[in-house]
Ligand binder design. Sequence first.
Ligand code: 13P
Ligand code: SF4
Length: 328
Amino acid sequence: MNAPAKSLKGLDLKAEIDKLRKERNAVILAHYYQTPDIQDLADFVGDSLDLSAKAAATDADVIAFCGVRFMAEVAKILSPDKTVILPDMNAGCSLEDSCPPEEFAKFRAAHPDHIALTYINCSAAVKAHSDIIVTSSSAEKILAQLPMDQKIIFAPDKNLGAWFNRKTGRDMLLWPGACIVHEAFSETELLKLKAQYPDAPIAAHPECPAFILDHADEVGSTRAILDFALKSDAETIIVATEPHIIHQMQKAAPHKLFIGAPGADGNCNCNMCPYMAMNTMEKLYVALRDMEPRIELDEATRIAAKKPLDRMLEMAGRTVGKGDLGGR
Ligand code: 13P
Ligand code: SF4
C-alpha cells in the first residue's frame, strides 16, 4: 500500500515536493517500478534507457532519482555537474549485488580475447571494467552492430544474456547473476492463470528465466511491455514483470484488465522489487528538502564508467540533442 500523501506532521507531501522541485530547479525521474504516487508526480517515468537519456540531457540543476542506486549513479556519471539525490541510498539491486567488481575484473582478465558487454544493472565500478553498457531495450540494436565472431562476456544477468543469445544466435559467455524479483515467477502458476484466461497474451521482461519466457507473446523492456499492453487488441493481458508498471497501463487503458503474473504462492506479492519499494514520498520530500542522500563517485571511476555508457547511448541512437529534453 502507498503511504498517504499527507504525513510528516500533516504536511501535504505532494504540494511540498512541487514547491521544492521549483525552488531547487530539480527534475524528478522515476522508473515504472515505483509506487503510483511517485510515478504520478514525476516529471518523467521511463525504462532504464529512457531515464539514462533524460539524465544526460536535462538542464535542471538537481536530479531527484526515484529508482534504484545504479540508476541514480548513471545519472551522476552522465551529468557530473548536477546534484543527484536518491530518496534511499539503500535502494540497491540483486543483480548489482551478484557481480562484485573485483570478481568481475578477474573474470575479464581470464578472458582477454572477449569484450565485456554489461547490463546497466551493475555498480559504477563494474561499468568501469566494461566496454559497452546495454539495457534490455538497447541490447539487440547494439549486438547487431558487433561482428558475429566477436567474443563477448555478458554480465551480470544470465537470463537476459541467455535470451539475447537465443534471439541473436550468439554464444556470449554469461556471468551467473539473476534478479530475485523476476526469478520468483512460477511456471505452474502462470499456466494455471493462462488456462483461466486463454486469450490473454503474456508480456514478460527478459530478466525472467527461460521457463517463463517460453510462454511469452512479447519479451521486452518495461517500456516495450507497456507499449505492447496498450497496442494489443486483447482485453486482458498477463504481465510478467514488477507489477507497479501496471499503474501506467491502467491509466492509459482503464477498460482493459492487466494481471500480474503469479509467484509460487499464487499471487504476485513476491514479485515486488524490495529495493524500488525503499523510495517513498516521505523520503523524496526529505531528500529534496535536505539535498541528500547524494550520489558521489570517485572521479576516476566515473570517467571510466562514462565511456561504455556513452557508447551505449551512441550505438542506441540516444545521444543528447535527439529529443530527450522534453518531459513526460
Ligand atoms: P528496464 O530497462 O526494462 O526498465 O529494466 C530495469 C530493471 O531493473 C528491470 O528489473
Ligand atoms: Fe534489480 Fe530486479 Fe529490482 Fe530490477 S527488479 S531493480 S533487476 S532487483
